[in-house]
Design a protein. Structure first.
Length: 245
């Protein structure tokens, strides 16, 4: 009889304070474009292998507001066959979704054989925004750590590859990017009152993120913490981590 593997947390999970931003950069634009092109070609080959083997993969992007999740996802999907992946931007749950278990809307978006599901935010919002903004009781988000570990274990035991990425930026870099959005008519839509309110809660989000990393970075499905002050570096690093998984 099959016995599911025990959930083993990483003994030294990544924490935000450990990030060294000084080392996380590329020499110049030519280096960036060369590395990006190479890893994109590798990812296209990986997608083709997943398709032929009918394997499934999930990529989870989490990060601070303006940390570059959208830019990294665009570079990830750029070389891929659009028939073989789906991007899910996760916002607030609908009334119907709120009436169900919070994992329901993610279970209904799991990838079919030979495809990739890419989540721009994910089930981890339960222990981030829902925790910090007091949208659910403490007992509810405390319970969610184990629920999410179990959810991912069922997927891994069923052969699904999972890659979890968190893009980390400094408060000063976030403020710089917010200012750029505010002063650029093409990007103003990206800046919302919720972004500004969340910024005021930076210390609470900091603690919530570290707890998420501590309690849900497992040996089977670890978190990868990416220094994202330099967009070129963060994009290339994200794609390399996805390929190497």
């Amino acid at each position: 009889m099959h016995k599911p593997s025990d959930i083993i947390l990483q003994s030294n999970p990544p924490q935000l304070e450990q990030v060294d931003f000084s080392l996380a950069q590329l020499a110049d634009k030519d280096t960036y474009e060369k590395e990006l092109k190479n890893i994109q070609q590798d990812l296209l080959c990986l997608q083709q292998a997943l398709f032929h083997q009918k394997q499934r993969a999930i990529v989870v992007f989490q990060g601070w507001d303006a940390s570059g999740k959208g830019g990294a996802i665009r570079r990830l999907t750029q070389p891929l066959d659009p028939r073989g992946y789906q991007v899910y931007p996760i916002g607030p749950p609908t009334a119907d979704e709120r009436s169900r278990h919070y994992l329901y809307r993610f279970q209904s978006r799991l990838p079919a054989g030979g495809t990739i599901a890419i989540f721009d935010r994910s089930w981890y919002e339960r222990v981030l925004i829902e925790r910090v903004e007091n949208l659910v009781p403490e007992a509810t988000w405390q319970r969610a750590y184990q629920e999410m570990n179990e959810f991912e274990r069922t997927l891994t035991d069923d052969g699904v590859r999972i890659v979890k990425l968190f893009l980390h930026i400094t408060p000063d870099e976030q403020l710089k990017r917010f200012s750029e959005r505010l002063n650029n008519p093409v990007k103003q839509w990206k800046l919302t009152p919720d972004d500004l309110r969340s910024r005021e809660q930076w210390p609470r989000y900091h603690d919530a993120i570290n707890d998420m990393l501590r309690y849900t970075s497992t040996e089977a499905n670890p978190w990868h913490l990416i220094p994202a002050n330099k967009k070129w570096y963060a994009r290339v690093q994200a794609l390399k981590l996805i390929f190497n998984k």
